[in-house]
Design a protein around this ligand. Structure first.
Ligand code: ADP
Ligand code: MG
Length: 252
């Protein structure tokens, strides 16, 4: 069976001329928990954003479930993005809106424009939003303003919002970088549960080696926009880490 996601010679140069990705080749199978590591500025976010086409790479091809999505536009692009959930470092919730509304917004990409504009959610969608909040352990906060929640709770709302899309792939861009270690584990545990129970593919950018070892089924490393490692988390030795990342490895 072919990979769910295929990046073929993907390069990206930003408008200012900076080349952030250098001919990346990567096949990702459905159900993998792929962790991407690399120093700040190595291209992790850029790589992730080419997958859901927030960025259109200027060279190479991206295939999703066998379909070439490299340059899809309009309705096709909307559909592509709607099938992929995304989780950000800073949660990206609408702070003054309720927790449950934030979860419902996950469904907008899959709705007709009129229903989406009017915020006309069905009973089924509302039930699903509540059950997803229950799943991440914060159903009792549904009516609260999102900005009244702790960082860990807000990230769990963001996970519920991503699940609202019933995604086949979740992209998590440094989802725990703003959280303390205990909270980080709780958020990662939720991502792991989604991956294991629903078989949803997860691509997650991470900074901490301890988390990489604990959660990844596969690791790729970027350095200055190049793929410099692809293997099992157990194949990453401390020594390798220091060789690749130098003294900054201590921070990871
Ligand atoms: P990471 O997520 O690993 O920190 P990024 O993918 O955000 O790295 O960035 C990779 C490189 O591309 C960095 O050097 C960054 O400064 C540069 N970059 C990111 N976004 C832009 C942009 N919009 N315009 C120009 N350069 C950018
Ligand atoms: Mg980044």
């Amino acid at each position: 069976m072919s990979a769910q996601i295929q990046l073929q010679n993907v390069s990206h140069t930003y408008q200012n001329g900076f080349k952030a990705l250098h001919s990346i080749n990567l096949d990702i199978a459905a159900g993998e928990f792929l962790v991407v590591i690399g120093l700040s500025g190595s291209g992790k976010s850029t790589l992730m954003r080419t997958v859901n086409r927030l960025i259109q790479p200027n060279e190479g091809r991206i295939l999703f479930e066998g379909r070439d999505v490299t340059s899809v536009r309009g309705d096709e692009l909307r559909k592509h993005r709607a099938s992929i959930g995304m989780i950000f470092q800073h949660f990206n919730l609408i702070g003054r809106h309720s927790v449950v509304d934030n979860v419902l917004y996950g469904a907008l990409g899959g709705m007709s424009t009129t229903s989406a504009i009017l915020g006309r959610f069905t009973t089924e969608q509302r039930d699903l939003a509540m059950s997803l909040l229950g799943r991440v352990g914060i159903a009792d906060k549904a009516a609260n303003r999102a900005d009244a929640l702790s960082g860990g709770q807000q990230q769990r709302v963001a996970i519920a919002r991503a699940l609202m899309q019933q995604p086949r792939l979740v992209l998590a861009d440094e989802p725990v970088a703003s959280l303390d270690p205990a909270t980080a584990h709780s958020v990662m545990d939720h991502l792991e549960a989604i991956n294991k129970e629903f078989g949803t593919t997860v691509i997650c950018n991470l900074h901490f080696l301890s988390l990489v070892r604990r959660y990844a089924t596969r690791v790729v490393a970027l350095r200055a926009g190049e793929l410099v490692f692809d293997g099992k988390p157990t194949d990453i030795t401390e020594e390798w880490f220091r060789t690749i990342y130098g003294t900054e490895a201590e921070m990871m």
